[in-house]
Each structure stands twice: as C-alpha cells, then as structure tokens.
Design a binder for this molecule. Structure first.
Ligand code: C2E
Ligand code: MG
Ligand code: MG
Ligand code: MG
Length: 289
C-alpha cells in the first residue's frame, strides 16, 4: 500500500514539477549565458519635473533580448534573484548606466540616475562599498544616484541591510520607495523607513480617468510623504488628465508613457525632446483651465 501511495504521489506531482523545473532551469541557464556575454542591456525612462518643465532623472531598467525576443523583467528578475545572479546583473547595470548617463549627469548637479535594487543585493556582504567604489571610479557623484527599493526590502530587514542603506545615504545616495502603496504595511509606517522619496505605484495613478473625480487616497499619500520631507514621483502616467491631476496635487515628479517609454542610450535625445514637448502641452492644458 505504501508503495502504491508513493507511486501515486509521484504520478500526480511529476508532470507539473518537471515543467516548472525545466522552465526554471532553462531561464536560469539562459540568464547565466546572457550575463557572461554582456547581453543584459539598459533602457532609460525619463522622469520629469512639472515645476521646472524638464527631465530631471532617468530610471535604468534592465532589458534582456533572448533569441530576438524581449524577455520582460517581471520574468527574469525573479529568476535572477533566486539564483543570486541579480548581484552581477545589478552591478553590470550600474556600471553601464554610470558610463552612458555620465555626460548628461555631469552638466547639471540637479539631475539624477535611478537604479532598481533588489533585497538580495542589499544582503551581499559589501553592496554599499561596491556601489560607492564604482561611482568613484566612473566620476559619478553619489548625490546624483537614487536607489529604488520596494517595501519588501524592509519587511525582514536585518541590521546588515539597514547598515548598507545607512552608509549609502551618508555618502549622499538617495533611497526611493518603489511601488509605494502596494506593500503590506500601513501608510503610517512610512515615517519609520530609511527613505528619501516615494514612487506612487501606477495602480493608483490609473484610478485617475477623467481628472474630474477626487481621489482622497492619492492626495493623502502625497501629503503624508511631503509632511515627512520626502520627494514624490508618480509612475505610470499615460494620460494628460493624470499628469494634470497629479501636478495639481503638488506631485514633484512624473514618469510614464505620456512623456516617454524607456529608451536605449541611442534614443536618449529623443526621449528628452518628447518629454519636454509633453510637458509644454501639459502646461498649456493647465493654463487654459
Ligand atoms: P518598476 O521599477 O516599478 O518600473 C516601472 C515599470 O513600469 C517598468 O517596467 C516600465 O517600463 C513600466 N512603465 C513605465 N511607464 C509606464 C506607463 O505609463 N504605463 C505602463 N503600463 N507601464 C509603464 P519594466 O521595465 O518591465 O520593469 C518591471 C519591473 O522590473 C520594475 O518595476 C522593477 O521592479 C523590475 N526591474 C527592472 N529592471 C530592474 C533591475 O535592473 N533590477 C531590479 N532589481 N529590478 C528591475
Ligand atoms: Mg523602479
Ligand atoms: Mg514601480
Ligand atoms: Mg513595479
């Protein structure tokens, strides 16, 4: 009977397990090759200031083109985290973006580069040291670097993670809380987190459909962040109604397809001119009201 039950269990679980295992192994093997061969590239999406009317930041986003097809980060970042490859990918991304955005950053101290960082990286033994060392060797001012982390990083944050963030911040690196509003904890916990800014998740921005409705949750999020002295960026802005609404709520910065999709280094000039044009249109819209 035991043998039959064992066999049964084997039969029942095997196909699904095999499929998952094969997919996972294939993704990981492919990713390892891509990392070794420098096939992970960086795209940059502008972040604009409605007050200044210009692009103030670029966010670096990882891109993997595998056999001519784009693998979305939502698929390969979890694999990279599970396998530990994220540490290498993360540093490669940083080096590439420090080099590619160096000229744009060096002409204005108010400009910044934002890089997404996984909790796995923060648990590495000397993450802060590698980041600051790399910044130093590329002539990058740490005050122009923003690290985007999600709330999950703080969920089980040990002393090591906290001290990595602290030494980065004391060198001038800013930390932004990505996907703000989607985490488990209450808004009230924001004051305990060692962050300098928040990025309001696009799920909140997409609630703005016409610009006529009042969305107390959005203004509460922005007001709370401001009262704690944090900067506020809204992500996933797709319509001018959303841009106008968030500008009216005193949101400091906006990001989304309305301004520009993420672009490769070759498309940066275009991303800047499209974003500036969209900002002018937004200003016109707000003046006419
Ligand atoms: P995220 O950091 O919150 O980035 C925003 C995502 O929304 C990006 O997707 C961006 O392309 C997309 N997006 C921007 N504007 C709009 C818009 O107007 N509408 C819509 N629908 N989407 C918009 P992407 O590049 O696919 O990245 C997804 C997530 O993968 C990122 O979310 C981030 O959490 C993660 N990720 C990307 N690159 C890296 C990386 O280098 N390291 C780490 N650790 N995570 C990364
Ligand atoms: Mg981000
Ligand atoms: Mg986000
Ligand atoms: Mg996200």
């Amino acid at each position: 009977a035991a043998k039959a039950a064992g066999k049964n269990r084997y039969m029942r679980f095997q196909p699904a397990m095999m499929t998952a295992l094969v997919q996972r192994t294939d993704m990981e093997a492919g990713l390892r090759l891509a990392v070794d061969n420098d096939q992970i590239s960086v795209s940059y999406q502008p972040v604009v200031s409605p007050r200044l009317g210009e692009v103030i930041q670029f966010e670096a986003l990882a891109r993997w083109e595998r056999d001519g097809r784009n693998v979305p980060p939502s698929q390969f970042i979890p694999t990279a985290e599970r396998s530990g490859l994220i540490s290498v990918v993360g540093l490669q991304m940083m080096r590439e973006s420090f080099i590619q955005l160096g000229p744009w950053l060096s002409t204005d101290a108010g400009r910044s580069l934002a890089v997404n960082v996984s909790g796995v990286q923060l648990r590495d033994c000397d993450f802060a040291g590698s980041v600051l060392g790399m910044a130093g060797s590329h002539g990058m001012d740490p005050r122009q670097l923003v690290l985007e982390v999600t709330e999950s990083v703080f969920f089980d944050a040990d002393e090591h993670v906290i001290s990595q963030l602290a030494s980065l911040r004391s060198a001038g690196v800013r930390v932004a809380l990505d996907d703000f509003g989607t985490g488990y904890s209450s808004l009230g916990r924001l004051q305990d987190l060692p962050v300098d800014a928040v990025k309001i998740d696009q799920s909140f921005v997409s609630m703005v459909r016409t610009g006529a409705e009042k969305l107390p949750i959005l203004s509460s999020m922005i007001n709370m962040a401001h009262s704690l002295g944090l900067g506020v960026t809204a992500e996933g802005i797709e319509t001018s109604a959303q841009a106008a609404y968030l500008t009216d709520l005193q949101c400091d910065a906006l990001q989304g397809y309305l301004f520009s999709v993420p672009e490769s280094e070759a498309g940066l000039e275009q991303a800047i001119s499209r974003s500036t044009a969209a900002l002018e249109a937004l200003e016109g819209l707000r003046l006419r009201r």
